[in-house]
Ligand binder design. Structure first.
Ligand code: B12
Length: 229
């Protein structure tokens, strides 16, 4: 499912780009003007703006839809020695799709380290894609916390004004906070400990029907290649 309601007015090349991303499982997107993001974050995580703060920045993310195309692509390519095959896959899907854009662009991935790091959860909030929960997970109105935030794409064209997503958790008893406390106390070293981190997502009342499948879940939390089957 491709959510591009925040991308209006959509340009044909942008639509083609988003469709290519969606085919690869990067099925969620939203946009705002990069100046709004740059005004909200620390200097070291600002994004380039092509000399125009109203330039469009698109956040690209995924639901559980990422897993099937990723596994199919991995099978087709054969197993490589890549330590982070999912990150590499995301780079290929979005990077290849971006070559179809008709304007200059700058692409930053959520897994990149400083000085290329992007405060992707703040970008998710400002674009209206997802808001921050008390346990510091970005929560989407439909998919809840069952999303991965993948990349920021700045384009040399004007973007829409922001429509930040605030307080999706208003009125919630915030069971995620107690779960976060338990996870922080447990650490992340053993089989049991990583499951404490899953509980933070599981207790969220939003988007439960979009929970990751078992393999996807285990791989995300353990990075154990056993689950890439
Ligand atoms: C570094 C990092 C971590 C570090 C945090 C150490 C630290 N505090 O510096 C560690 C390794 C501990 C970590 C853990 C986890 N992370 Co993390 N992390 C990141 C990463 C790559 C960069 C964060 C950053 O520096 N941003 C830049 C700063 C300026 O922006 P910021 O908004 O102020 O960032 C702060 C928060 O992101 C926060 N943070 C990040 N992770 C966590 C975890 C906890 C428990 C808390 C309280 C805060 C926190 O720390 C940042 C610095 O203060 C982001 C991706 C990204 N590019 O943002 C993913 C990211 C935030 N993590 C993510 C996830 C899922 C997790 C884990 C669940 C994964 C796991 N293996 O268990 C855990 C636990 C999170 C939870 N609440 O359940 C997802 C969140 C998705 C979502 N739906 O919200 C992100 C967006 C990655 C992604 N591809 O989707 N993470």
């Amino acid at each position: 499912m491709l959510l591009w309601m925040f991308l209006s007015p959509a340009k044909p090349a942008l639509c083609v780009f988003l469709q290519a991303c969606a085919r690869g499982g990067i099925d969620l997107a939203a946009a705002c003007q990069v100046g709004a993001y740059n005004a909200a974050v620390a200097a070291e995580v600002r994004l380039p703006d092509f000399g125009e703060p109203r330039s469009r920045v698109v956040i690209l993310a995924n639901s559980r839809a990422l897993w099937a195309p990723f596994i199919v692509a991995r099978r087709a390519a054969g197993v490589s020695g890549d330590l982070n095959p999912l990150d590499g896959y995301v780079e290929r899907v979005i990077g290849d799709a971006a070559t179809q854009l008709s304007v200059r662009y700058e692409l930053r991935f959520a897994h990149e380290h400083p000085p290329r790091r992007v405060a992707i959860q703040e970008l998710a909030r400002l674009t209206g894609l997802a808001a921050l929960s008390p346990a510091h997970l970005s929560v989407h109105p439909d998919f809840g916390p069952w999303i991965g935030l993948r990349a920021a794409l700045v384009m040399d064209s004007l973007g829409p004004e922001m429509s930040p997503r605030e307080a999706p958790c208003a009125g919630c008893a915030a069971p995620c906070l107690a779960a976060l406390k338990r996870a922080l106390a447990a650490g992340a070293d053993s089989e049991k400990d990583w499951q404490e981190w899953v509980v933070i997502r599981d207790v969220c009342p939003m988007g439960r029907e979009h929970r990751y499948g078992d393999d996807q879940l285990r791989y995300h939390y353990t990075k154990d290649p056993t689950w890439l089957r």
